[in-house]
Design a protein around this ligand. Structure first.
Ligand SMILES: NC(=O)c1ccc[n+]([C@@H]2O[C@H](COP(=O)([O-])OP(=O)(O)OC[C@H]3O[C@@H](n4cnc5c(N)ncnc54)[C@H](O)[C@@H]3O)[C@@H](O)[C@H]2O)c1
Length: 264
């Protein structure tokens, strides 16, 4: 029996990419899941996958995280359904490409709303429940939060803020026995740039991944979703009981190779 089989895990952005992989991994461990996303069709598919994979119980909450009431509803439904929360994975994210000269200014609000404010709000609402279970929070950041990346200026700024929030929350919630950590992936082939609110026409995820892989210490092009899943399973587990406030790069050493002055 896995240590997660008696636990409740809330995952935002669970309908796609890393979130889908994280949900399936916890399902295989027999956890109960609260899966949150705005994409109802894919969320329902992932819910069915997780039930088949061995999840104890799965709740799907369709919610747009740019709407504060939706966040409150997602947390309320989770607690009403399971009466506890052990792990909060703040994973949902959007990425609008663009530099200081050309990024659309209105994408600032949507980027920060999803990538920072929603994670802050979920964490704030989760505190009383995580205090009871001595649970933990994992924020999905990015190496660009620690490595200035001019072509993804708002995205990088939002991830830097998320890393700051991770460390600050780790300090203030330690006395309640709540751990807060982040995972910072490098490039991985997901839908991140495929949504209307994200990508800039003309640059594919494949081109970006190849460009950024230059000088990568461990070689290769991108990381796999499973690499991020493994890091999260570790940070969420009792094996990481002494770890809080860390931002674990899952990046083939890419962060060490440093910034590139333009996107492609
Ligand atoms: N793919 C990469 O290269 C990469 C690298 C580093 C970090 N990340 C981070 O990983 C996380 C997951 O992204 P991904 O790569 O799996 O991309 P993805 O697009 O496949 O998944 C993101 C999910 O978030 C959901 N989402 C977006 N806006 C939302 C909103 N307003 N309300 C509710 N749900 C919303 C989407 O519907 C989607 O299911 C993000 O935080 C992203 O910034 C990705």
């Amino acid at each position: 029996m896995s240590e997660f089989s008696s636990k409740v895990i809330l995952i935002t952005g669970a309908a796609s990419g890393f979130g889908q992989a994280i949900a399936n991994a916890f399902a295989k461990k027999g956890a109960s899941l609260s899966l949150v996303d705005k994409d109802e069709e894919n969320l329902n598919k992932v819910t069915e996958q997780c039930k088949k994979a061995g999840a104890n119980k799965v709740l799907a909450v369709v919610a747009d995280l740019r709407v504060e009431d939706n966040i409150v509803r997602a947390m309320n439904e989770t607690i009403e359904t399971f009466d506890r929360l052990d792990v909060l994975v703040n994973n949902a994210g959007v990425c609008k490409l663009g530099s200081v000269e050309n990024v659309p200014i209105d994408s600032f609000d949507s980027t920060f709303h999803v990538n920072v404010k929603a994670h802050f709000h979920f964490t704030q609402l989760a505190v009383p429940h995580l205090e009871k279970t001595k649970g933990n929070v994992i924020n999905i950041a990015s190496i660009v939060g620690e490595m200035p990346t001019p072509g993804a200026i708002f995205y990088g700024m939002s991830k830097a803020a998320l890393i700051y929030f991770t460390k600050s929350a780790a300090l203030s919630l330690a006395e309640k026995g709540i751990r807060v950590n982040a995972v910072a992936p490098s490039g991985c082939d997901t839908n991140l740039l495929n949504w209307p609110e994200s990508s800039q026409p003309g640059i594919s995820m494949e081109e970006i991944l190849k460009f950024y892989a230059k000088d990568q210490p461990l070689g290769g092009i991108n990381i796999e979703k499973q690499d991020v899943v493994d890091a999260i399973l570790f940070l969420a587990s009792n094996s990481a009981r002494t770890i809080t406030g860390t931002c674990l790069a899952v990046d083939r050493g890419r962060l060490l190779a440093g910034s590139i002055t333009k996107l492609v």
